[in-house]
Design a protein around this ligand. Structure first.
Ligand SMILES: NC(=O)c1ccc[n+]([C@@H]2O[C@H](COP(=O)([O-])OP(=O)(O)OC[C@H]3O[C@@H](n4cnc5c(N)ncnc54)[C@H](O)[C@@H]3O)[C@@H](O)[C@H]2O)c1
Length: 366
């Protein structure tokens, strides 16, 4: 069957990851277009990745008949509008995490894609990260007995672009940015069970001068079978990206450190080009990663999504997945605001951005 023709919206950090992922699966997909508003960025990206068409307006990319599937790697506040426009243009959508800002947007995105008969795929690469997939396979085989606790942590020194720090554009801080991965991960790992309650402790510990968002949080999710997910999200950990999981059952446990655990413990007095995302230095002791995209699962994710477009596989991460995460995000912020567990379903209407539920807890009334 023919390759799925992909257009990328956005041209910086995540756009490069998606481009690398698509180029790693030439039998399934190819890059045909990119759109980015900053003058020169789309053209530079197109040159860097060998993409034939570059646009400054994503609407032009949506009009390009070559494009079958778009990947949205624009800031969070734009995900919903771009998805809805793409659906109207008959394009399948891969949307980066978090799905959007509000639950109303999540529902509108799902409805628009359903009405247009296009796929809405949610880009949670942890479902495809080989080390984590192995942990889940062992858990599903019964290796750990009944799993009662799953932990996931994503921690680094803070985002690379200014819009992440501006809650009006991002919707929240470290929990919106990093916690969304852990929420999706625990839910997926435990078999997509219903979430019963959410508790979250949030604080701005270090970056008060830079953001109104939380830069440090612990979120606890209780699932319908009593199992617990615990998610650590931090923008306050120098030393490079840290992504790891721990899984506990009555018959065993496993630990997986996605990046440092696969890296080369290295000492260099002079330094070298690149160690790992967000590491400030390559001098002294460092943990350079290899096959970084593969370890995250980006090519595996795009392969699955391309095969979904061709009807060869059924999506394991879709708009509904993103919506589950979005509801837990709401509950996490509301919990931090109220200082207590929040029970699900939880859908306070008219919330402008999830972080308001923390900063202005009265917004949480249904
Ligand atoms: N899955 C992951 O692990 C992962 C990692 C990083 C980022 N992300 C997500 O990807 C998205 C982008 O993050 P990033 O790190 O690439 O940000 P970034 O700031 O590096 O890039 C954002 C891009 O969006 C473009 N953009 C802004 N307005 C636009 C518009 N109107 N139309 C089209 N493009 C527009 C910018 O020009 C830029 O190219 C975010 O939602 C983020 O949460 C996911």
């Amino acid at each position: 069957m023919s390759k799925v023709r992909v257009g990328i919206v956005g041209s910086r950090f995540q756009a490069d990851c998606i481009a690398g992922a698509v180029k790693a699966i030439p039998e399934e997909a190819e890059l045909v277009a990119v759109a980015s508003p900053t003058k020169g960025n789309a053209a530079a990206f197109a040159k860097r990745h060998g993409v034939p068409n570059a646009y400054t307006d994503y609407q032009d990319l949506l009009r390009d008949p070559q494009v079958e599937l778009i990947s949205i790697t624009a800031p969070n506040r734009l995900h919903a509008q771009i998805t809805i426009d793409a659906a109207k243009a008959g394009k399948h959508v891969v949307c980066e995490k978090p799905l959007c800002i509000t639950l109303e947007e999540a529902d509108a995105m799902i409805d628009a894609c359903k009405a247009a008969g296009v796929l809405l795929l949610y880009a949670e690469e942890l479902f495809f990260a080989p080390k984590y997939v192995k942990a889940k396979q062992m858990a599903d085989e019964g290796a750990f007995g009944r799993v009662h606790l799953v932990k996931q942590g994503e921690k680094h020194s803070g985002p690379h672009s200014s819009w992440f720090w501006d809650v009006a554009q991002s919707g929240g801080g470290a929990v919106m940015d990093l916690g969304c991965h852990g929420i999706a991960f625990c839910w997926w790992f435990l078999g997509k069970l219903k979430v019963k309650s959410v508790y979250s402790q949030m604080a701005t510990q270090v970056h008060r001068d830079r953001t109104q968002g939380e830069d440090e949080a612990i979120t606890i999710i209780e699932f319908e079978n009593g199992a617990v997910g615990m998610i650590e999200s931090s923008w306050n950990r120098p030393g490079g990206m840290d992504d790891s999981i721990e899984v506990f059952g009555d018959k065993g446990q496993t630990y997986a450190d996605m990046l440092m655990g696969n890296a080369l413990p290295t000492y260099s007095e002079v330094g070298f080009g690149y160690a790992v995302e967000k590491a400030a230095t390559t001098k002294g002791w460092t943990y350079p990663v290899f096959e970084e995209h593969w370890n995250y699962g980006f090519p595996q994710e795009m392969r699955h999504f391309a095969r979904c477009v061709r009807g060869k596989e059924q999506p394991i991460s879709d708009g509904e997945t993103g919506r589950v995460v979005q509801e837990v995000l709401y509950a996490a912020y509301a919990s931090a605001g109220q200082g207590r567990k929040v029970m699900l379903p939880f859908y306070p209407k008219g919330v402008t951005k999830p972080i308001d539920l923390w900063r202005m807890p009265d917004r949480a009334s249904p």
